[in-house]
Ligand binder design. Structure first.
Ligand code: MN
Length: 720
């Protein structure tokens, strides 16, 4: 275990301006917070954050990151609160600790391989500050080094898989090659211990057989370069058992000799020296074909730069050479961490190809102070996405601003169509709620549910929108067909005829329609009227000469202008108590009828809206008495059917029931002006029907007549 003063010394060795007092305070604070807690190894728990801080000093990270490493498990595992951390160590450290804590709560539960990439993105999105990811990787590295102490084999395996699938690739992505290899190899030891043992055995065998081969190769290479005036330092580095295994699996190659599992790094002073060294190597030794790669002129996406080549080198051993400068070498090993060390040291770095890394470096280039750079090192790459989980732990990626309905459609179209509610992180939430990173979303479905047109206002994914629109179109079409058919039924009955499908079929051509349903829909929409259709079917047979009224399905409440006398008039409707010159409507929520007790509500822009006294909407105006207007009906008993009453019906889903319905309404002298099916099942239709009536008494008659019909299950006046 590193001691307190050693840690401080290490940080000060590369950052002389480090806040020594804060480091010491963090050390003492974390040690006290973890108290008597122990690790699976039996060590005091505090040894873990301390080791993590120690690992991070190797990457020469800033003081705030070291302090965060010391504190990183205090929120999750002790009584410490984030507030306390903020008070004692400031906002920057608190934010970093919060970020690492959040990452610790993520568990890679899914066993779908294709989910791994999404999880990696998720982790990146959660690490808004790149330092959070560095600290998390160091945390993971120490946990992997001590993994064997955990007694539960399932837990060990899960952690190893998570490391292999999520964290090692992330380390690679930000260019931390050394970290990546160690993580992979530790995970490999857990996931496939037999394979790892056999490779170690093979490596041992090759080492014994080779004697001091590596030293001899290095010595000869150094001499060769020196003879040509190039100062080169050469390392022979053995590949890890996992990378050997990986190569054997993917390239289907065996390992014949020690040089096969060695990479020789040739470290020179300048970029030009790299190419000179390459020329020397190719001049002195035969080249292995197809092994040459120039990652200096074309760096790898994660910023890696080096020249690779293969030669039959000293003693005719086939070897791989990686030629690079010391700076390139540091970046190859430490990735993004190395980049900012170099900036702090004042050396310039060339921007690598990887977009977001280049953005980081751009900020680094232009920032005046290192602190400003760190402030701005937000990972911007996934800012336009949110990552959410199903209850099973599958990850669903959505655009930012997405709602549970988008989520439901992303899971499956059927789930979207049937969704009635949602639980976000276990709590019931409105379907229009905006989802946030890390939300666990449960969709509650019902077989009776169908997509709602109102969803279209808040969904943002194309898939959800397309499904909802398609459904709404089909449903509207069906409603138009039913309405049109009901209107035609009634019109034909009034003329003394029964409407038949055959009759309609005969006149399809006249109206340029393909099917009877299309013809009915045209009537329902209001493009055709019943009179035209009747005259086409039975030319010259028409008795009634009054014009049919065509009421489109989406007819709005009629607005009428008042006369000068302070009474509202229009379609024979009069209201006493109106304000002269003000527009008046009948509310669509309660459909007041003569005979109902009514009240007027004055609103700017809309004039006066007439509601029934028991309408729910009035609650909205309870605190605004200035909007209320005392009004009453002023109607003679012979007024025509000029009022619209709305009823709610449940009708048996049997052939002819809709016909019965429209007949019953017509017999009671009512006129259907609008019909909407609100839900349908195998047994029942539920619908809302607007009926033109004289007054409330008339509507009561219509309702009574409907209740007498055996096909009609229930009828009541619709409210709200
Ligand atoms: Mn930890």
């Amino acid at each position: 275990m590193i001691r307190q003063f050693e840690l401080v010394e290490k940080v000060k060795s590369y950052d002389p301006g480090a806040d020594e007092k804060a480091l010491n305070r963090a050390y003492v604070f974390a040690m006290k917070a973890h108290g008597a807690q122990t690790r699976a190894s039996g060590d005091p728990y505090f040894s873990h954050p301390l080791e993590v801080a120690g690992i991070l000093t190797l990457f020469k990270v800033d003081c705030a990151s070291i302090i965060t490493a010391l504190l990183h498990d205090t929120i999750e595992d002790t009584d410490t609160t984030l507030k306390e951390v903020k008070k004692r160590f400031g906002k920057e450290v608190a934010q970093l600790v919060d970020g690492v804590t959040k990452l610790s709560r993520i568990e890679f539960q899914s066993d779908h391989a294709q989910q791994a990439e999404n999880f990696r993105k998720f982790v990146l999105a959660m690490s808004e500050d790149i330092r959070v990811l560095l600290i998390k990787l160091a945390d993971r590295l120490h946990n992997m080094r001590t993994l064997h102490y955990i007694s539960n084999p399932n837990k060990r395996r899960r952690i190893a898989m998570e490391t292999m699938d999520i964290y090692a690739p992330l380390a690679e992505r930000i260019g931390m090659q050394e970290m990546k290899q160690e993580l992979e190899d530790l995970a490999f030891g857990e996931l496939n211990p037999d394979a790892r043992k056999s490779i170690l055995k093979r490596l041992d065998f090759l080492r014994q057989k080779g004697g001091n081969l590596i030293e001899r190769i290095i010595a000869e290479l150094e001499r060769t370069f020196a003879d040509h005036g190039i100062k080169a330092t050469i390392y022979g580095r053995e590949k890890t058992p996992y990378s050997v295994w990986d190569k054997m699996q993917h390239k289907d190659v065996g390992f014949e000799q020690l040089s096969d599992i060695m990479a020789f790094r040739v470290i020179v002073e300048t970029r030009e020296d790299c190419y000179l060294a390459l020329g020397v190597a190719h001049g002195a030794y035969p080249v292995v074909p197809y092994r040459f790669k120039d990652h200096i002129s074309t760096p790898k996406p994660n910023g890696y730069r080096s020249i690779h080549t293969g030669v039959f080198g000293p003693e005719r051993h086939r070897i791989e050479l990686q030629i690079r400068t010391a700076e390139m070498h540091e970046i190859a090993e430490h990735g993004v961490a190395a980049h900012w060390n170099y900036k702090q040291g004042g050396a310039a770095t060339e921007g690598p190809q990887y977009r977001w890394l280049r953005e980081l470096l751009d900020i680094l280039e232009h920032a005046q102070e290192p602190e400003e750079f760190l402030e701005h090192t937000k990972l911007e790459m996934f800012k336009d996405q949110v990552f959410c989980f199903t209850p099973r732990g599958d990850l669903i990626t959505l655009p930012r601003g997405a709602t549970p309905v988008d989520f439901a459609y992303a899971v499956h179209s059927e789930v979207g169509d049937k969704c009635v509610g949602t639980k976000i992180n276990g709590r019931m939430m409105p379907l229009r709620s905006e989802l946030r990173n890390g939300d666990q979303v449960e969709i509650i479905t019902s077989k009776a549910q169908t997509p709602s047109p109102t969803w279209e206002r808040f969904v943002i994914t194309g898939k959800a929108r397309a499904r909802i629109r398609r459904f709404v179109r089909i449903q509207e079409q069906e409603e138009y067909i039913k309405l049109g058919r009901a209107m035609l039924d009634q019109a034909f009955l009034e003329e003394g005829y029964n409407l038949t499908n055959k009759a309609l079929k005969n006149v399809l051509k006249v109206f340029n329609q393909a099917h009877q349903d299309d013809l009915c829909a045209e009537v329902g929409v209001g493009n055709l009227n019943c009179r035209e259709v009747f005259e086409a079917v039975y030319p010259g047979q028409r008795k009634k000469k009054t014009d049919d009224k065509v009421v489109p399905l989406r007819a709005k409440g009629r607005s009428v202008l008042n006369d000068e006398q302070g009474g509202g008039k229009g379609d024979g409707i009069s209201i006493r108590g109106m304000i002269p010159g003000m527009a008046m409507h009948f509310a669509e929520c309660c459909h007041p009828l003569p005979g109902d007790r009514i009240v007027g509500i004055v609103t700017t822009g809309k004039g006066v809206t007439i509601h029934t006294i028991d309408c729910d909407t009035l609650g909205d105006f309870a605190d605004a008495p200035e909007h209320w207007l005392d009004v009453s009906w002023d109607i003679d008993s012979n007024s025509p059917n000029a009022h619209v009453g709305r009823i709610h019906l449940t009708v048996l889903n049997v052939p002819g029931s809709l016909g019965d319905l429209s007949t019953a309404i017509a017999k009671s002298d009512g006129n259907i002006s609008n019909l909407r099916i609100t839900s349908r099942s195998k047994q029942f239709f539920e619908m809302l029907i607007d009926i033109e009536v004289r007054d409330v008494k008339h509507l009561t008659h219509v309702i009574a007549a409907l209740r007498a019909d055996p096909a009609i299950n229930s009828v009541e006046r619709a409210r709200g």
